[in-house]
Design a protein around this ligand. Structure first.
Ligand code: SF4
Ligand code: SF4
Length: 83
């Protein structure tokens, strides 16, 4: 099962350059045409499932506007016991 991730875009920094959108291998980013940043740009937005948390979008963003989160799946503990 692929890793599951998600991102947050800081609208104070995003300038809608689309570098992250073009770099995302999962094609899960788009500009949000429904909103504007305080500087008047359409910000990038995660618009569907499929983010793996690979962080490529964050690496290419020239304005450090993206924070990436990745789900951590803990392995179940193996419990042994008995007399
Ligand atoms: S690369 Fe950064 S500044 Fe450009 S659209 Fe993506 S989040 Fe916004
Ligand atoms: S972390 Fe990876 S998969 Fe998720 S939006 Fe960014 S580039 Fe795409």
């Amino acid at each position: 099962m692929p890793a599951r991730g998600w991102i947050e875009v800081n609208n104070m920094y995003c300038k809608g350059c689309e570098l992250c959108i073009n770099a995302c291998p999962q094609d899960v980013l788009r500009l949000d045409m429904e909103s504007l940043t305080p500087k008047g740009f359409h910000p990038a937005k995660l618009y569907k499932d499929g983010c793996t948390g690979c962080a490529i979008c964050s690496l290419v963003c020239p304005d450090a506007a993206i924070t990436v989160y990745r789900e951590v799946i803990k392995k179940p503990a193996i419990v042994t016991g008995g007399a």
